[in-house]
Design a protein around this ligand. Structure first.
Ligand code: CA
Length: 227
């Protein structure tokens, strides 16, 4: 899950980023409306956390632009403005939810997950492929009901392959989903995660396999029993 956070208060922004990363989200942080808009145009985010009071423009203007462009990406507004009018304006401008500052991190995470679970959102509760199940809320992978120990990025790779099981997922899409803007990505890092993932799946009797589609990406499929 890749989330865009647009928030100009540096400490508060850092607190949100760290809190969301702890829950397994990949987070891009931008601190102005302009940067936020550029990031939104460049990456297909699963959801956006948007502050209204930004130094260069109002968050609502940004949101209206995105909705006018036809984007339906879930947007959760953060606001210190405590008037009913502001909330109504925010919802009318196309936000899916809003939170008043200050708030508890657990509540932000719960609200985001609720948005991602809505029809059209990218967070299904549990995805099953073969004998694998992935619980997107608990961030847990199970094989034949036994929990699999797996790194955060391997889980990110597996989650996206499972969501598109039977279809090819381009390598750069996987890269986009598991790394934020500020993270260094070496050219073979997706290969490294996939290779570790394959070993774990094989060692745990998974009946799925990750196939390399040369020059394009990867495909997860259920392997038929050979005997
Ligand atoms: Ca602000």
């Amino acid at each position: 899950m890749r989330i865009l956070v647009v928030e100009d208060h540096e400490r508060f922004a850092g607190f949100i980023k760290t809190g969301l990363e702890k829950e397994g989200f990949t987070v891009d942080l931008t601190m102005t409306a302009n940067e936020g808009d550029a990031a939104f145009a460049a990456v297909k985010y699963d959801a956006v956390v948007l502050d209204l009071g930004l130094p260069d423009a109002d968050g609502l203007t940004l949101l209206k632009d995105w909705r006018n462009q036809g984007s339906s990406t879930p947007v959760l507004i953060l606001t210190a403005r405590d008037g009913v009018d502001d909330r109504v304006t925010g919802l009318n401008a196309g936000s899916d939810d809003y939170m008043l500052k200050p708030f508890a991190m657990e509540e932000l995470v719960a609200r985001l997950r609720a948005l991602l679970r809505r029809p059209g959102g990218t967070l299904g509760t549990v995805i099953e492929v073969g004998n694998l199940s992935f619980d997107a809320t608990a961030r847990e992978v199970r094989i034949n009901d036994i929990s699999l120990a797996i790194s955060r990025r391997e889980m990110g790779v597996l989650e996206h392959l499972m969501r598109r099981a039977g279809r090819v997922v381009p390598k750069d899409v996987l890269e986009d989903k598991i790394y934020g803007f500020d993270e260094e990505v070496s050219s073979n890092s997706v290969e490294v995660h996939v290779s570790r993932l394959r070993k774990r799946l094989a060692a745990s009797d998974a009946d799925v396999a990750v196939h390399t589609i040369r020059g394009v990406g990867y495909l997860l499929s259920v392997e038929e029993d050979q005997d």
